[in-house]
Design a protein around this ligand. Structure first.
Ligand code: NAD
Ligand code: UFG
Length: 339
């Protein structure tokens, strides 16, 4: 299938690209490198020994996007491009709405103009907001508590309305839980700029000596050991979910929402212990105050994805930490290690 990946140079996009190339799809990546590096795509070529198209461009650039669509004529789009830092979204709401919502609108126009009617969208568990019950199933009400989550929920609604108004089209909305880990080769992985916001990249940078110690944001939550509990999902499992979602979209019209998680929660302290097993040494930490906006626990009911997509997670916490450690230890400065 001819598949266009917006944001394909990013963390989840690059891993999905490897998966799609292995399955023989023809791919075109559109990315403006706002949060990624062309080096990731060079490495995908090496890992997969397959070529693909790359177009440097901004998804909000109507003319550019339309030209790319008219030329490549994708049969489906996987829409990863977006801004994703929760804290930054509070400071720069307009930038977040512009990229995540306007970007989606412009993308839909380019799709319509070129006759492409199938889209897979990177949504997030953050659309649910504070849990009314756990695990979250797809019917849990959506009430996002931050700007980033609202942009994602708004984009979901835009996509569902577009599909309703255009018979024969289809959208698969994938609500990711907490993606972590790296490709088994250690050649591509998560490469946050500046101080990592997320737990696993932070731990990995402590392990490699880039940071002195992990700050654990609170140990007085109502969880097994008092630290926050999340549903971590290996990025390679997440990549496979996109390949299966493409198959599903090819055979179905309408909008369908899927949780993509393992169904199991891991606490911060459990994750730290798992990473210590992977890297082979103890990691320094201190417990500090809770991070504003954090919830105690968040994990998925992933049964729908198993039933309709034939997808379930196959990799465990040790696989996640071992692959993250391989990537971090072999590329201590991320993609800049190459320069
Ligand atoms: P990422 O930042 O690594 O990848 C996003 C990619 O989009 C980057 O390559 C960036 O350069 C590109 N991009 C940003 N703005 C663009 C624009 N205007 N035009 C073209 N390209 C643009 O992030 P990721 O972790 O790979 O996330 C991918 C998607 O999944 C995002 O939409 C994110 O909101 C969503 N998501 C991520 C997580 C997570 O924890 N990583 C969780 C849930 C959902
Ligand atoms: N944590 C720490 N110290 C850190 C970083 C995180 O203790 O330095 C804790 C947090 O308090 C939380 C857990 O580790 O309990 C996970 O935090 P992350 O920041 O890694 O992940 P979140 O669950 O807060 O949010 C992430 C993404 C969101 C996405 C969400 C989906 O940042 O964009 O997962 O569930 F929407």
């Amino acid at each position: 299938m001819r598949v266009l990946l917006t944001g394909g140079a990013g963390y989840i996009g690059s891993h999905t690209l490897v998966e799609l190339l292995a399955l023989g799809h023809q791919v075109c990546v559109v990315d403006n490198y706002a949060n990624s590096a062309p080096e990731a795509l060079t490495r995908v070529r090496q890992i997969s020994n397959r070529d693909f198209r790359v177009e440097e461009g901004d998804i909000r650039d109507r003319d550019r996007l339309t030209a790319i669509f008219t030329d490549f004529r994708p049969e489906a789009v996987i829409h990863f491009a977006g801004l994703k830092a929760v804290g930054e979204g509070e400071e720069k709401p307009v930038a977040y709405y512009d990229t995540n919502v306007t970007g989606t609108l412009v993308l839909l126009e380019a799709m319509r103009a070129s006759g492409c009617g199938k889209i897979i969208f990177s949504s997030s568990a953050t659309v649910y907001g504070n849990p009314l019950y756990l695990p979250y199933d797809e019917a849990h009400p959506c009430s996002p508590t931050n700007v980033y989550g609202r942009t994602k929920y708004m984009a979901e609604q835009v996509l569902a309305d577009w599909v309703r108004a255009n018979p024969g089209t289809g959208a698969v909305l994938l609500r990711y839980f907490n993606p972590v880990g790296a490709h088994v080769s250690g050649r591509i992985g998560e490469d946050p700029q500046g101080i990592p916001n997320n737990l696993l990249p932070f731990i990995a940078q402590v392990a490699v000596g880039r940071r002195a110690k992990l700050a654990i944001f609170g140990d007085d939550y109502d969880t097994r050991d008092g630290t926050g509990l999340r549903d971590y999902i290996h990025v390679a499992d997440l990549a496979r979910a996109h390949a299966l979602a493409l198959d599903y979209a090819a055979d179905h019209t309408g909008t369908e929402v899927f949780n993509i998680g393992t169904g199991t929660g891991t606490t911060v302290k459990e994750m730290l212990a798992a990473f210590e097993r992977a890297c082979g040494h103890a990691l320094a930490y201190e417990v500090v105050a809770r991070r504003p906006g954090d919830i105690a626990a968040c994990y998925a009911q992933p049964e729908k994805a198993e039933r309709l997509l034939g997808w379930s997670a196959t990799r465990d916490l040790d696989d996640m930490c071992a692959s993250a450690w391989k990537w971090q230890s072999e590329n201590p400065q991320g993609y800049r290690s190459e320069e």
